[in-house]
Design a protein around this ligand. Structure first.
Ligand code: AMP
Ligand code: ZN
Length: 145
């Protein structure tokens, strides 16, 4: 488990002024995607407390937590949303869930229970167009569906 000490981030970064359509059109390009807050965090351009990272993913605390434990497991490559994961990348999804499970244990919510959420597209309310998994726990979350 690698820990990087980083600074906070201005809330103005959260809802960066770019249309979802434009973000969804962006593809991974080798250089830092300046319009993507998660790409800029990975690149070290925006500081954030990285709780975990490996070659494929990293995890941070959500800046606006919806539960006592609210982590984001984020891919290191820029994939705009779950629906854009291709066949070659499908292993990444299992890895994200595996990392989330490990973090749930580490955060002490594995026994009490937790929820993994991937918002995908406009109707889901997806705010950041870079694939990420929410890990929510530490309280009764209420029923879904
Ligand atoms: P989603 O609606 O699934 O796209 O979720 C995006 C999440 O990213 C939201 O819950 C935001 O609170 C969170 N978020 C946005 N900017 C940051 C940031 N700089 N650090 C941590 N979390 C962030
Ligand atoms: Zn990105």
């Amino acid at each position: 488990m690698e820990t990087d000490r980083v600074l906070g981030v201005s809330p103005s970064y959260i809802y960066f002024p770019i249309s979802l359509r434009r973000v969804l059109q962006q593809k991974e390009g080798g250089k830092v995607n300046q319009d993507c807050i998660f790409c800029r965090i990975i690149a070290g351009e925006i500081e954030s407390d990285i709780l975990y990272q490996d070659d494929e993913v990293f995890a941070i605390r959500d800046i606006r937590p919806q539960a006592p434990t609210h982590l984001l497991i984020i891919t290191k490559i820029h994939i705009p949303s779950l629906v854009e994961v291709n066949a070659e990348q499908k292993g990444l999804l299992g890895h994200m869930i595996h990392v989330a499970n490990e973090l749930a244990r580490e955060q002490g919510v594995a026994e009490s229970g937790y929820r993994l959420v991937v918002n995908t597209g406009p109707h889901s309310g997806q705010l950041v167009a870079h694939l990420h998994l929410h890990l929510l726990g530490g309280r009764i979350l209420g029923r879904l569906g």
